[in-house]
Design a protein around this ligand. Structure first.
Ligand code: MN
Ligand code: MN
Length: 455
């Protein structure tokens, strides 16, 4: 019996075989990330992978039976994967794994396009919590969809292929930046100056045209996608950092990428659901809108998750209230990993560390544990037992020191449905930066945690 608790480093504990699995799992994850930068992209990727695994489209009016595998893509942005087990759902409930697939980025404004001083720009409105200064002077890609008059959808992705052009937001040169440098960091770049350069070549057929570059860009867009300026009012387009996930370090122990938060949790959940031979009924949910409060039809405050559980319950003549009450949920989201460069933001005994496994957060929130699910001791005990029984490396911690800040996850929205829920995720360095940093050991640990949860 060990009297004292010490956090374990997964890389130190792992033998050669386990290391191989850790590095192998990371390859699949990087591929998933590269194809899933936005929630829409993630939904397309998840649907494709589910179909490859034999999943069929879900319908609210169908009667499910044991062994059924279903996917439901809610409005292109919110994914439900269902694997129906053999246990009685009235007593056993549903094992639910939730993560979100939206990440902070720069959305386009409804009237985004203008020309100034010989360049054409798109105006943006930031989505989620960003440090605005991090988004200038770096390569950006444009992702999303434009609706044409009459209902035709045009999907757009420019800047990811190495032969594609990228887009660019300017910053002031240091030589002329004294005034900017004297400002607090949060005010150095104004939201209204996050305008991306999208063109510089004027149209030459009309000498009177005062916006010849904008005209030329619109002509190009019209030729390629068939849309005009007004169609942008019915679009969802956003700028995200261009480029792929990359290994970090001589030993490639870490991965830097855009959008680890929260694809680093969605991917292991999805793999666990695919790989598990559980007798329980399993449900994985990849939500949209977490970064802006989880509202709307595709966020976790929507009733859709209840409706899916109700459909499962009704299939077996079970009472949906009873099914919900007996369900269990892992709400998987990233946590702030201890960063020695910013030590004062953390309380070292109660924070999560990179390489130390799946991060369990009993509660999140801010200002005296406000606005959070707080998993009860009994459910924490149940989670601890299944992790320990299945050799899962896990740790626990809070999001930073008291009153430094804080943050929430979707856990409370599921818990509010009367479902036992706990946050389990992956520690991240530089969270919400254009490129975030995670450990391969931790994403693999979350995979093992999810497998144990499904079992
Ligand atoms: Mn998150
Ligand atoms: Mn986030």
């Amino acid at each position: 019996m060990e009297l004292k608790y010490t956090r374990k480093n997964v890389y130190k504990e792992a033998d050669g075989k386990e290391l191989e699995k850790i590095y192998g799992f990371a390859e699949g994850y990087k591929k998933f990330l590269d194809n899933s930068k936005t929630e829409r992209d993630a939904a397309v990727t998840a649907k494709k992978l589910a179909e490859e695994k034999g999943f069929k489209p879900f319908s609210f009016s169908e009667k499910l039976k044991a062994g059924d595998k279903r996917y439901f893509i809610n409005r292109h942005k919110n994914v439900f994967l269902i694997k129906v087990g053999t246990e009685d759902v009235s007593k056993d409930g549903v094992r639910i794994m939730v993560a979100h697939v939206d990440s902070p980025r720069l959305d386009l404004k409804p009237n985004p396009m203008y020309e100034d001083s010989g360049l054409c720009y798109l105006k943006t409105h930031y989505y989620g919590g960003i440090k605005k200064y991090q988004w200038t002077a770096m390569p950006l890609a444009l992702h999303g969809v434009v609706m044409l008059r009459g209902g035709e959808r045009k999907e757009i992705c420019v800047g990811e292929d190495e032969n594609d052009p990228i887009f660019y937001i300017t910053d002031i040169l240091p030589h002329l930046g004294a005034e900017q440098s004297a400002k607090p960091l949060g005010k150095a770049i104004d939201g209204e100056s996050l305008n991306a350069v999208i063109g510089g070549l004027p149209a030459v057929d009309d000498e009177e045209d005062k916006e010849a570059v904008k005209t030329a860009v619109l002509k190009l867009l019209n030729k390629k996608y068939g849309f005009t300026e007004v169609d942008l009012q019915c679009s969802e387009l956003c700028f995200v950092p261009a480029g792929k996930a990359r290994d970090v370090g001589f030993d490639a122990a870490l991965i830097s990428a855009y959008g680890h938060d929260d694809k680093v949790c969605a991917y292991p959940e999805m793999c666990a659901l695919f790989d598990s031979d559980s007798t329980h009924t399993l449900l994985a949910v990849f939500a949209d809108k977490e970064e802006v409060g989880s509202d709307g039809t595709t966020g976790m405050q929507s009733k859709v998750i209840s409706d899916v559980i109700e459909t499962i319950a009704n299939s077996f003549g079970a009472n949906p209230i009873e099914v919900r009450y007996n369900s269990k949920c892992i709400s998987a989201d990233v946590t702030a990993a201890y960063d020695p460069a910013f030590a004062s933001a953390f309380e070292k005994r109660n924070t999560t560390f990179i390489n130390c496994g799946a991060a369990v957060s009993k509660y999140t929130g801010a200002r005296g544990k406000s606005s959070t699910n707080d998993a009860d001791a009994e459910f924490m005990g149940w989670i601890r037992d299944i992790f320990e029984d299945n050799g899962v490396y896990w740790q626990t911690g809070e999001l930073g020191a008291i009153d430094i800040g804080g943050g929430g996850t979707v856990a409370k929205f599921i818990a509010n449905l009367g479902i036992d829920t706990v946050d389990v995720g992956v520690p991240v360095l530089s969270m919400h930066a254009p490129y975030e940093l995670i450990s391969k050991a931790d994403v693999y640990s979350l995979y093992k945690a999810c497998l144990a949860f499904c079992k």
